[in-house]
Write a protein that binds this ligand. Structure first.
Ligand SMILES: Cc1ncc(COP(=O)(O)O)c(C=O)c1O
Length: 354
């Protein structure tokens, strides 16, 4: 705490990102990165743009990227916003659509922990909606007066998917409020809510290039929704930083969208690895929450998750452990290559008691 900090700053409890080790070489299954490289087309596009044009500002309205994304999802360019990772976009969306001092916004009590951070930063009151014992979301719990809704689908860190009928039900019951569906992990098996945009003007879908398109290092996210919502985001962006995506990110992201064959190949590969590993873990006694994401959420009946976390770390394998009520006996394990996952299950089998 510093006496120079603003009052807002003193009150914050910032998000803690997963560890990015620098010295020791770990098998990294802790931050839901894609274990495969991005499409070769992405690297070529970035290299092509590594030239003197970097002296110029990038296109502030990201026209070309938004057009490519719009074509991909069968939307209009005006229904697409592109920004510097979905984290930034989520923060802009909180600013654009939720009111400090207004009715409380709703989100699940177990979900992406950044939502609480944004709410605290922006002084937006929130109510945590309880999940049931198997981490399912009950749509009826969102049918009440509120200042807006945000749901990660699939949810994080559970990996559970909320069927689209339930998403539609939540949209239907909240027609005067914005409902944000954070689809960071949607490409690993779930159905996107994008198709509901036509029917529901209050729906904002947020996605990212960080997971399924293997571009966490490039920082590109996007939002899809009716024109008025996209314009709302744009107004916030142009009140903070007009150039949130640089020239290299724009070029790389366009190339990623264009290489659909590679995208399909990688996401299928990760989904198949997830199913194989989930089965193997169940065989050795773990409870594995059925996941539609590129990670699994697991618990062991006898060995505490905190202990497993440390033992795995000692064996050079990093997974994510959240010391938070309700999930402090679970580990979140990102899906790596098949070879990495074999090392992971092999390491678990060496732990006495498993
Ligand atoms: C649910 C969820 N939303 C958003 C993000 C942010 O992704 P990015 O800022 O890399 O686009 C993450 C990252 O882990 C996430 O888990």
């Amino acid at each position: 705490m510093s006496r120079f900090w603003s009052d807002v700053n003193k009150r914050l409890s910032p998000y803690t990102p997963g560890e990015q080790p620098r010295n020791k070489k770990y098998i990294k299954l802790n931050t839901n990165e894609n274990p495969y490289p991005p499409s070769p087309g992405v690297i070529a596009a970035i290299e092509k743009n590594l030239n003197g044009s970097l002296r110029l500002y990038p296109d502030p309205s990201c026209e070309e990227l938004r057009t490519a994304i719009a074509e991909y999802y069968n939307l209009k360019k005006e229904q697409v916003y592109a920004g510097n990772g979905s984290d930034e976009l989520l923060a802009f969306a909180f600013l654009a659509f939720f009111n400090p001092g207004g009715p409380r916004i709703l989100f699940p009590d177990i979900t992406y922990s950044f939502y609480k951070v944004y709410a605290a930063l922006l002084k937006i009151d929130y109510e945590l909606v309880l999940l049931d014992d198997d981490f399912s979301i009950h749509p009826e719990m969102f049918f009440k007066n509120n200042g807006g809704v945000i749901i990660a689908n699939p949810n994080a860190p559970t990996g559970k998917f909320l069927p689209l009928e339930s998403v539609a039900d939540i949209l239907e019951h909240n027609s005067s409020k914005v409902v944000i569906i954070d689809e960071a992990y949607i490409d690993f098996g779930g159905d996107s809510a994008v198709g509901l945009i036509e029917k529901y003007p209050n729906l904002l879908v947020i996605q990212t290039f960080s997971k399924s398109r293997a571009l966490a290092g490039l920082r590109v996210g996007f939002a899809l929704g009716r024109e008025e919502l996209i314009e709302g985001l744009d107004r916030i962006k142009n009140s903070v930083n007009s150039y949130t995506l640089d020239r290299l990110s724009l070029a790389g992201a366009i190339a990623a969208i264009e290489d659909d064959a590679y995208f399909q190949y990688v996401r299928r590969k990760i989904t198949a690895s997830r199913e194989r590993v989930s089965g193997e873990l169940r065989e050795i006694g773990f409870k594995v929450i059925p996941s539609m994401a590129n990670f699994i959420f697991i618990t062991h009946p006898f060995i505490p998750a905190a202990e497993l976390f440390l033992k795995l770390k000692g064996k050079g394998i990093l997974v994510r452990y959240f010391k938070e009520p309700g999930i402090d006996n679970y580990l979140r394990v990102s899906i790596g290559t098949d070879e990495e996952m074999d090392l992971f299950t092999g390491a678990l089998k060496e732990i006495p008691g498993i």
